[in-house]
Design a protein around this ligand. Structure first.
Ligand code: UDP
Length: 481
């Protein structure tokens, strides 16, 4: 007999490698473990530079690029976040057309679910139109989901017209406590210009049938437990309505085993091979993190004064423009590279981060706490010096330091220079002392590995979702199977 067609899951990834990479891992598991066909739909053509960042996908994970939409009528000074959301909004008709073509019955594989990442949530209603489950992928953590829920609840509880600022510290469901400075932009006050957007995004998140979150049970124990209690049948009727959450991570980019000799790929790895085990401080601020010129110089001085070995991914500093210099290394202090030669390596713009973190020479990660970087560090058992810069990174730093004890945090005053003395002291403490943090990081590494082991909680959570999707397909849409 002919094999039954695989039910089809379509995942929608907003631009940016930070969302695409974990989503690719999610797609891989849906195909390899649950017998779905998966297509990742992107806004950029993956044969371009963005595609180079993707690990090679199994043949069964397809990709499709949406056609370009007109964007040249936006004001020149439009904020990046606005442009991104607008791009997704204008692409909804194309997303609908693509899904219809999959779902029209002529395709071998019936559509089983639509999974946009949270920045593509404006596409969710298309799932309802087609009568399939619409789940959102959250490439961040449960604390962000709890924060979203909390803000919506406060917002909607407020009497009409009442102007409401939040009491701080804000105590989130599950026990993460945040002071005002540690809240993501737009979340701390209803007077903030970004507040309306936060509420709008929150409402769209609430409209999903479920949330797949790139985290794992033991990474956010209290919050995971609290969400689980909320989902208990006796709770559901009373509680403020919010969709069920499924911690299904960590989804981390896996170095491609087929990559030829890794050393030849990057001078970083070759250099690390020559350093003693557990001796190197790896410094990187993600794909978008930029320090000021002054802070870059101070960091250089701090690394130099620490006397430790370091591998620093130097990015272009933030400037007021008008500068033609395009080499980030040219912004380092005079003579710095010469004075630290042999014990430090500075590379421009990019390093193969997962390989660096899993290298035995790497001892500590100085990080902006982007969620992918955080999960990568945890997955490799490397303690961190948390240096959050924007988005939800300050909240991530709170979780890492206070809840998990795997990080020290640079002094959290917003907008202040982190001094060379503070950097040197923290880095030294982490490399030379830091046993307690290292032990905790190793424990968390084991928990991360366990999450996807045969009986692990993340594997089970994704299985629960897969069963729901297949059941929905069986109940309403027999004609297609
Ligand atoms: N990354 C990398 N090399 C670098 C800097 C970053 O490979 O030099 C990767 C890193 O491994 C992670 C992603 O880029 O997977 C950054 O994502 P994250 O969420 O940490 O931060 P964002 O770039 O979104 O601020």
């Amino acid at each position: 007999p002919r094999a039954r067609p695989r039910p089809h899951v379509v995942l929608l990834a907003s631009p940016g490698a930070g969302h695409l990479i974990p989503m690719a891992e999610l797609a891989r598991r849906l195909v390899e473990l649950h017998g779905f066909a998966a297509t990742i739909v992107t806004f950029t053509n993956l044969s371009g530079p963005a595609g180079q960042l993707l690990p090679r996908l199994p043949a069964s994970v397809a990709t499709a690029a949406l056609p370009a939409v007109r964007m040249d009528d936006l004001p020149a000074d439009a904020h990046d976040g606005f442009v991104l959301l607008e791009l997704v909004r204008r692409s909804v008709p194309n997303i609908r057309a693509l899904l219809r073509s999959i779902n029209d019955g002529s395709s071998a594989a019936p559509l089983a679910a639509l999974v946009p990442d949270f920045l593509c949530s404006v596409a969710l209603p298309v799932a309802a139109e087609l009568g399939v489950p619409g789940y959102l992928f959250i490439p961040s953590n449960l604390a962000l989901v709890a924060l979203t829920r909390h803000i919506l609840e406060l917002h909607e509880d407020a009497a009409p017209g009442e102007y409401r600022d939040f009491a701080v510290p804000l105590e989130l469901l599950g026990g993460v406590s945040l002071c005002r400075e540690d809240l993501p932009d737009g979340c701390g006050s209803s007077r903030h210009p970004g507040y309306e957007q936060v509420v709008e995004l929150g409402r769209r998140i609430r409209a999903a049938d479920g949330l797949l979150v790139n985290t794992f049970y033991e990474m956010e124990l209290g919050t995971a437990e609290a969400f689980k209690r909320l989902a208990a049948p006796e709770q559901v009727a009373d509680a403020f309505f919010f969709p069920p959450v499924f911690p299904v991570g960590p989804f981390v980019r896996r170095p491609d085993p087929d990559e030829a000799d890794a050393g030849a790929l990057s001078p970083c790895l070759e250099w690390l091979d020559r350093q003693p085990v557990g001796s190197v401080v790896y410094v990187a601020f993600g794909s978008g993190g930029a320090l000021s010129v002054e802070q870059t110089a101070e960091l250089a001085a701090g690394l130099e004064a620490s006397g430790q070995r370091f591998l620093w991914v130097v990015r272009m500093p933030r400037t007021d423009g008008g500068d033609d210099e395009e080499d980030p290394l040219a912004w380092l202090p005079e003579g710095f590279l010469g004075r630290t030669r042999g014990r430090g390596l500075a590379v421009a713009a990019w390093a193969p981060q997962v390989r660096v973190l899993s290298h035995p020479a790497t001892a500590v990660f100085v990080s902006h706490c982007g969620w992918n970087s955080t999960l990568e560090s945890v997955g490799c058992g490397v303690p961190m010096l948390a240096w959050p810069l924007y988005a939800e990174q300050r909240m991530n730093a709170v979780i890492l330091e206070e809840k998990l004890g795997v990080a020290l945090r640079v002094p959290p005053e917003v907008g202040c220079l982190v001094t060379r003395h503070e950097i040197a002291t923290a880095v030294k403490e982490l490399v030379e002392g830091g046993q307690k943090l290292r032990r905790r990081a190793e424990d968390l590494q084991k928990a991360a590995a366990h999450a996807w082991s045969p009986e692990g909680p993340s594997r089970r959570a994704l299985e629960e979702v897969a069963v729901k999707w297949k059941a929905a397909l069986g109940s309403g849409r027999e004609s297609n199977t």
